[in-house]
Design a protein. Sequence first.
Length: 293
Amino acid sequence: MMDRTSLACVRLRDGAVPSIFKFPPHLPKVIKDRKSPFQRDWTRPSASSTSQMECQEIPDPPADNITESPTKLLYKRKVEDLDELVQIKNKKIKVLQQKVRRYKTKINTLKDLISDIKSKNFIDEDAIKILATVSEVNKEFLNRQLASAKATTMPSTFSPELRTFALTLHFYPPRAYEYVRSTFGLSLPHQRTLSRWYQHIDGAPGFTKETIEALKLKIENTSFPLFFSLIMDEMSIRQHVEFDGKETHGLINLRFDHNDDDSLSLAKDAFILLLVCINAHFKLPIGYFCAMV
């Protein structure tokens, strides 16, 4: 009845007659009888079921569960931040008030300090005389320290003695100068102030006017004649050209008929002239020249 020409092609043969297939006993599907559902009486519900079906009032949700708007939450957060900021400021005000009360009990000037020490018999008369006869530099230095401790305004001007001390200390080690300035309550001028003081000195190549005047003053204040030896030394410098708005720096400059010409070569060396006193203990640089060897 079936024509199987290949595994992929199966068809009925011509003249095939359909017939009813008889299943063997083990192949037919077994039909099971279903039990009838249990009969319930819904005409008269019980009292318990009726009570459960009664509607009950739904309680209102607590106020904490109410969803707040984003704007309200933002304002609430800002208020909390401001309250915290106010507490921090109040603590700072309290600390500052305590500092003010302590500063009011401190001594204002050097004279008050000496009189207070004398009244309490902390030192003898000789030590009081030494404190009373200190130099102007020490007096100004101590007064500035007291003003810094009291958090009062310091004088804007510096005495010539204190200027000389600050410039001399800064000349040797700038880091040591900054350490001394920070240790002693910023009693010394800032390094920017020292730079402004240096701007009044003519540092152009050649013989400087300030050194000649200092040498003249030294000779006039010495009771015996001074003898010097002139020493010349050569020092290598970094090649760099800079224009300050008026003159070009960094080129060869011997200070003889010097003209500001960009065609000059870059200076590589500096010749320094140094006066060394033979019969006294000091030396003084009197000038320098920029050249190229």
